[in-house]
Design a protein around this ligand. Structure first.
Ligand code: UDP
Ligand code: MG
Length: 312
């Protein structure tokens, strides 16, 4: 029977982890496949790690990777994907927002030949402002990204071993998992899934964190912001030439040279605004290059819990 890994990043999730394990077990016990849980403790400050230890003591399918501090959701997913040994790997949140009842459908689509089965969030439970922000993000993403990013598809998905290997082999440090998954290609199939309310605890994402994440996703998969600079450069050149002609004509015929403080100031303000915006954009990419060149690992493993790999 194929082995299926469940990669579960968790940060301060002591309240839900037991319930997560129970609900998912109920679901997978009905399936013929072998399963392993790969919990990733992303430097939780609560008892998440010890709950993982207890689960591993009780259930031989449970393994856990304990990170040395909080490295963020993306890094935790990366750590889990590298630790997973399954023929297929499912990534899902620990808070039960990704419903365990979807698991059989993910596996079914995989059996039917799909290499990537991703859950598309139907009926978001977030507030109106956040929903509008998400909608804006996916609208922009579909226009500027170099990959086809499916709308409303978060990390919750199943990937075939082939795809997991492709993602694990990518050398890049800047990671946006749904983007990398789309980049990998192969046969990708959506599955509609109702997104539940959080079972307990609260979201670990502030609006600021989400905005930074969204920005990172765009800049990771698009050169359009850079091209925008070139385009603005062209436009400015055309305007400058027109302005120059205007000034020369004015000088020759002695009209319209002395006045123009208002228009002058307007041009200066806009110019300054453009320059700073584009310096900022340049900075984004320079920062990304710096991260890549420095090549620091995205996470540090403090401890691994659970059975050793029998094949090693
Ligand atoms: N998470 C993580 N590290 C972090 C933040 C979150 O591993 O720094 C995990 C968290 O425990 C959960 C998943 O990522 O399993 C999604 O986080 P959350 O539920 O807070 O986000 P939301 O569902 O509100 O978007
Ligand atoms: Mg959640």
């Amino acid at each position: 029977m194929p082995l299926i890994s469940l990669v579960v990043p968790a940060y301060n999730e002591e309240e839900v982890l037991e319930a997560f394990h129970r609900e998912v077990s109920e679901e997978i016990d009905r399936l013929p496949d072998d399963f392993e849980f790969v919990f990733v403790d992303d430097g939780s400050r609560d008892q998440t790690a010890s709950v993982m230890r207890q689960l591993a003591a009780r259930d031989s399918r449970v393994r856990a990777v304990i990170l040395s501090r909080n490295f963020g959701h993306e890094a935790a997913i990366e750590a889990g994907l590298r630790a997973a040994r399954g023929d297929a790997v499912i990534v899902m949140d620990a808070d039960l927002q990704d419903g365990p009842e979807i698991i059989p459908r993910l596996i079914g689509a995989w059996r039917d030949g799909a290499d990537v089965v991703y859950a598309v969030r139907k009926g978001r439970k977030e507030g109106r402002l956040l929903r509008a922000a998400f909608s804006g993000f996916y609208g922009l993403a579909s226009r500027v990204m170099s990959i086809d990013l499916p709308r409303d598809a978060g990390p919750f998905s199943l990937m075939d071993r082939q795809v997991v290997d492709v993602i694990n082999d990518l050398p890049e440090k800047g990671r946006y998992f749904p983007g990398l998954r789309a980049f990998a290609g192969f046969r990708q199939v959506p599955v509609e899934a109702e997104r539940r309310e959080r079972a307990a605890g609260e979201t670990k994402y502030s609006l600021v964190k989400r905005t930074l994440g969204g920005t990172n996703a765009i800049f990771s998969f698009s050169k359009l912001p850079l091209r925008l600079m070139t385009f603005m450069g062209f436009l400015m050149t055309v305007l400058a030439v027109a302005g120059l002609i205007w000034v020369i004509i004015g000088a020759i015929f002695g009209t319209g040279t002395a006045q123009g403080w208002t228009s002058m100031m307007t041009v200066m303000f806009f110019l300054a605004a453009f320059i700073f915006t584009f310096l900022g954009i340049l900075g984004e990419y320079v920062g990304k290059i710096y991260d890549e060149v420095r090549a620091r690992p995205n996470y540090v493993v403090a401890e691994e819990i659970g059975p050793e790999d029998p094949s090693r």
